[in-house]
Design a protein around this ligand. Sequence first.
Ligand code: 2P0
Length: 332
Amino acid sequence: MKVSGIANANIALTKYWGKKNPELKTPYNSSTSVTLEGLQTTTTVEFDEKYTEDIFILDGDEYKTGEGEYDNVHEQLDLIRAKAGIEQKAKVVSKNDFPTAAGFASSASGLAALTFVAAKAAGLDSSVEELSKISRMGSGSASRSLIDGFAIWHKGEQEDGEDSFAEQIAPVEHWPEFRILGCVISKEAKKVKSRAGMKQSVATSPIFEQWYTNAEKDAQKMVELVKAKDFEELGNLAQNNCILMHACAMTTRPPVIYWTDGTMQVIHRVLELQDEGMKAYFTIDGGPQVKVICLEEDVPKLKDELTKLNMVHEIIECKPGHGPRVIEEHLF
Ligand code: 2P0
């Protein structure tokens, strides 16, 4: 059967940085996020006897065995084949519909879309919880993209990882005025991939334990702040959690430093605006781009201020987004 669907990216409000079990991709701490409308991957999957090996085409380019992108997709398909009890190979065609290099992770939407669509194409009738667990195996942050609106990815306690999945904190309709302004600083590919960076942090950062112990508390607190729509506290917590994650990355050997001059320029401006009473807070992932957390009413003023910064090339406005869905149009 051929099935097509889309999944959105998400941004972590409190971060994930470190795998406790690298095989099962379970994290040291829970993390929270908001799914982002319009930053999406569209994927079509077909399992059929006619394919002698898995085929993967992303944005018009075909990837082959040995290339990271292909191997990730192939492993994910193997997981789904095992669950469905089928052996047919698959053709997978995907396209990322991201505003120019916004610095939002496409692995989250990519692996979430693949898992969601492939499970349906394989005839599985999996719950969101189950799909979140399978997505987690492909990319940790993808587990959160299965969720509509605001999510928490539970770190879980079980050895087998069966309780490490994302769950909804609140739907899109709970807080439609919530906004993320993605400030595009640099379009260069990042030097250290998150997967490699966090592995080194686990092994060498002297503050790794403080990081994840604190981040677990932050994630639980974030759930309460989202539910209460306490924007000021939420912004301050997200910002502080981001700084601590980067402190952990920076104190890794060799250092993992994603911040550039442009990153610092936005950070300082956001802090000045905060001093002037503006409710805007920064967060940063595994790259130089800064995402500003704000509410709809402050978007015009913030865009105006941030556009003035000479190192900001572009600003992408994102609203809370929905979980994955099936679409009728196929990519092949
Ligand atoms: C997050 N990041 O919570 C954190 C913050 C980056 C910084 O999850 O190795 O692509 O595939 O599990 O999910 C990016 O890492 O890593 C990430 P893997 P992933 O969003």
